[in-house]
Design a protein around this ligand. Structure first.
Ligand code: SAH
Ligand code: SF4
Ligand code: F3S
Length: 466
């Protein structure tokens, strides 16, 4: 048998890219590729790129500059290194990458990476290969399944893509162009994936999609199922202790999702619900198709369904035409909702999107100043939220050994890292932890029950939360 070929993947951007990177590894495993942490000894380097903001896209070209040196160095030692660019920049600028960067052998978009083995073969034959098609067939049905050992190596928490693409066309956003039209996977396929993960030690599943609550995949009854119904179904898979989903859109929150939060203790009370702005004028210009009050009402409905629910969000500051009073409305919304955390970004014009042609660009200094004010407010809310955990007892899913010897680390329902002194045998279990203190973003505490006594979460699906 020939020696394994080494594959190095670098992923940028969202959770879906992290998931896609794993599936690329699964796709190339039958070709004899194993992952390596270092670029220098790799036979194949894949950059799995993100196009969402200018800074993210630019990283591709600077990284390719570095890879050219590594590729030349490998060639000097008689080794061939192949370079592939995947992900959303590949989709948006595939032809340009081929033109601008001779170092690149393969360009492959987010909907066609199941073709990687053929593309590598084609590049070997013809020099270069590009595939940025949106095939009619769902790529997931064409991908090889991960090996049990690969699942175990990835840990107790896993992503599963259930929905991909977006039809919403917010005026600032490239995703509808890079990921294509909204599409949902059938319930049966998702359930198979979740079973396989659970059979190999996974305890927590995060269902992912660009608009995950627009999910409408075909159910076993031949009908389209909403996300809430899918969550109910997956909560019954033996071994699954926790369910999450991301990213949801305020417009697609329906009763089925709220009922899932009301009825499923395994569904974590932590929701990422981006709003982008608190100003109705700006929301309209963004084509978000909801007002700030619509958003407030959605938040209220969630809170009504599940009292201990907490929220995170995304914000864009300095969207074209944003005035001080618009920004003040954003600050007012944040103050009113009270977030457990949030991401905020300076508006970045993206080629091909409607907002890129809008006039009235906000001055860079104003954007910086608004971003700082918003981030200060969010930081103080996040700190208060984390501090409130001190003195309480919370369920923690233990994920891995911590850096400090003897310590293990897991996550609370709200994804706060929690450290305790305990045996690594507890990894994979959900156990109550009494929180003693907060160190930056991490909770420090002790097991509330002595290990061994009633190991909650070791067998059947465990009901956590509240
Ligand atoms: N589907 C999700 C968002 C995906 S992109 C949703 O609808 O909310 C993740 C975040 O990046 C967005 O929520 C937005 O805050 C930010 N973003 C997207 N395009 C951007 C742009 N052109 N400039 C700055 N931030 C942007
Ligand atoms: Fe982008 Fe808007 Fe679609 Fe989210 S809903 S992916 S922000 S276009
Ligand atoms: Fe980036 Fe594409 Fe995700 S643009 S945020 S990697 S969908």
């Amino acid at each position: 048998m020939s020696a394994p070929r080494k594959l190095h993947i670098k992923s940028y951007g969202c959770q879906m890219n992290v998931y896609d990177a794993q599936r690329m590894v699964d796709t190339l495993a039958p070709e004899g590729f194993v992952e390596t942490a270092s670029v220098d000894d790799a036979d194949l380097v894949i950059l799995n790129t993100c196009h969402i903001r200018e800074k993210a896209s630019e990283k591709v070209y600077s990284e390719l500059g570095r890879l050219r040196v590594a590729k030349d160095e490998a060639a000097r030692h008689g080794r061939q290194m192949n370079i592939a660019v995947a992900g959303c920049v590949a989709q948006a600028e595939g032809e340009e990458i081929i033109r601008r960067a001779p170092v690149v052998d393969v360009v492959v978009g987010p909907q066609s990476y199941h073709n990687l083995p053929q593309l590598l073969a084609r590049a070997k034959r013809d020099g270069r290969a590009l595939d940025t098609e949106f095939p009619l067939e769902d790529k997931f049905s064409l991908l090889p399944q991960p090996k049990p050992a690969a699942i175990r190596a990835r840990g107790v928490s896993a992503f599963v893509t259930v929905q991909e693409g977006c039809d919403k066309f917010c005026t600032f956003c490239v995703v509808p162009y890079t990921r294509g039209a909204e599409a949902s996977r059938p319930v049966a396929r998702i359930t198979d994936d979740v079973r396989r993960l659970a059979d190999n030690g996974v305890r927590e599943i995060t269902l992912i999609g660009q608009n995950v609550n627009a999910y409408h995949g075909e159910g076993p009854d031949g009908q389209p199922w909403p996300l809430g119904k899918l969550l109910h179904h997956l909560a019954d898979v033996p071994g699954i202790a926790r369910l999450r989903y991301s990213t949801s859109h305020p417009r697609d929150v329906d009763d089925s999702l709220l009922e899932a939060h009301r009825d499923l203790p395994a569904l974590m009370p932590f929701v990422h619900l981006p709003v982008q702005s608190g100003s109705d004028r700006i929301l309209a210009a963004m084509n978000r198709k909801h007002t700030a009050d619509d958003y407030r009402r959605v938040i209220d409905r969630f809170r009504h369904a599940r009292q201990d629910i907490a929220f995170t969000s995304d914000f864009i500051v300095g969207f074209p035409g944003e005035r001080e009073e618009d920004f003040a409305a954003t600050l007012a919304l944040v103050t009113q909702i009270g977030y457990a955390g949030a991401y905020s970004f300076k508006y970045s014009p993206r080629p091909g999107t409607p907002a890129a042609d809008m006039q009235e660009m906000v001055a860079a200094a104003t954007m910086d100043e608004r971003l700082a004010r918003l981030q200060n407010l969010i930081d103080s809310q996040q700190h208060a939220f984390n501090k409130a955990a001190i003195g309480t007892t919370v369920d923690v899913l233990f994920e891995r050994a911590a850096r400090n010897p003897g310590q293990i680390v897991g996550r609370t329902a709200y994804l706060q890292p929690a450290h305790v002194m305990a045996s690594e045998d507890l990894i994979g279990q959900v156990l109550p932890v009494t929180v003693a203190s907060l160190e930056r973003y991490s909770l420090l505490g002790a097991l509330a029950t002595p290990p061994g006594a009633s190991p909650r979460g070791s067998q059947s699906p465990v009901l956590t939360g509240a």
